[in-house]
Design a protein around this ligand. Structure first.
Ligand SMILES: C[S@@+](CC[C@H](N)C(=O)[O-])C[C@H]1O[C@@H](n2cnc3c(N)ncnc32)[C@H](O)[C@@H]1O
Length: 224
């Protein structure tokens, strides 16, 4: 007997009301997703808080994000690293980045975040070429077919001890379909296979239900 999506949403609302109060800046950031190319594609509030907690548990003061959208997860991460920390967030669409910058300003964290506009693979390549200081926490949440490429970039930009989280790894259950023609499903399957073969990485994947429906995260710790 499975609970309905309505029950998942009610439980999420209860958890968020109880444990994850959003201030006005977070509410604005979440709502302003409506002005981006992917309305409602931001993480849920309790997932944003999970990212912030993981970042702090990892002791990371430098964060790299693939996929900014309106900056909702970016605000959570920028607050997690504190005033002396730094977040680099990579976004394809100039319009989304403009909305995100407004939200980062309103949240009081604009001074510790760089939003870099352009294809994330190219932006990440430039960060590597420029000898950017390593990041302690990476959140991969952009175009899913590119997940394997983003993991490689994340590995070039982290050191042992770094934590990498990949969002949306369930694909409504299609992740188990090896012959899926969906490039997003194959992007998830390939990155999971890559992780499983990489002796430097310890990882798990967790399914989630809630206000965002049925989905999940992969959580990776770099050990070598
Ligand atoms: C799921 S949304 C990110 C949500 C955001 N992380 C949050 O939780 O608030 C995915 C974002 O990735 C961006 N994106 C898609 N393809 C991209 C690419 N090739 N390079 C950089 N960003 C890309 C989209 O424009 C979109 O803003």
């Amino acid at each position: 007997m499975y609970a309905s999506a309505e029950a998942w949403r009610e439980v999420d609302a209860y958890f968020v009301d109880t444990l994850v109060p959003e201030d006005g800046a977070l509410v604005s950031a979440r709502r302003s997703g409506a002005r981006t190319t992917m309305p409602q594609a931001e993480v849920a509030p309790n997932q944003g808080k999970l990212l912030a907690l993981l970042c702090q548990i990892a002791g990371a003061d430098r964060v790299l994000e693939f996929g900014t959208l309106a900056g909702y997860s970016t605000v959570w991460l920028a607050r997690a690293v504190g005033a002396k920390g730094h977040v680099t967030s990579l976004e394809l669409e100039e319009g989304n980045a403009a909305v995100a910058r407004e939200n980062l300003e309103r949240a009081g964290v604009a001074d510790r975040v760089d939003v870099i506009v352009g294809p994330a693979a190219e932006s990440a390549r430039r960060l590597v070429e420029d000898g950017t200081q390593p990041y302690g926490f990476v959140f991969i949440d952009a175009d899913k077919p590119s997940n394997p490429e983003y993991l490689r970039a994340a590995l070039a930009l982290t050191r042992p001890g770094g934590v990498i989280v990949i969002d949306n790894v369930v694909r409504d259950g299609a992740v188990t379909d090896a012959s899926s023609p969906d490039g997003r499903v194959q992007g998830v399957r390939t990155v999971l296979a890559d992780i499983s073969r990489d002796e430097r990485l310890e990882a798990t994947a967790i399914q989630t239900v809630g206000s965002k429906g049925w989905d999940g995260f992969t959580i990776i710790r770099r050990t070598g």
